[in-house]
Design a protein around this ligand. Structure first.
Ligand SMILES: [Zn+2]
Length: 78
């Protein structure tokens, strides 16, 4: 997925690796199992939700189930 269009119409580029617009998020419960084991980056990556930040309006597009599904979009409230 090289780019997505935000609700504000800004086109967020994701082609750059690593992407300055992309973040990774993991639940505390999922992260717990990595405390006492050697962490393999690829395995940890698969557990994470991908979060895309719009540099124009700061909305967050959270892909909880990978890029194949529609993201949940969060807008700043205050
Ligand atoms: Zn935006």
């Amino acid at each position: 997925m090289p780019k997505i269009r935000c609700v504000c119409e800004y086109v967020i580029g994701l082609g750059e690796i690593p992407s300055p617009n992309q973040y990774l998020m993991i639940s505390d419960v999922s992260f717990e199992k990595y405390f006492d084991v050697e962490i393999k980056a690829e395995e940890l990556y698969r557990e994470m939700a991908i979060v895309v930040h719009c540099p124009n309006c700061s909305r967050l597009h959270v892909f909880y189930d990978g890029f194949d599904k529609e993201p949940v979009v969060y807008k700043i409230d205050s």
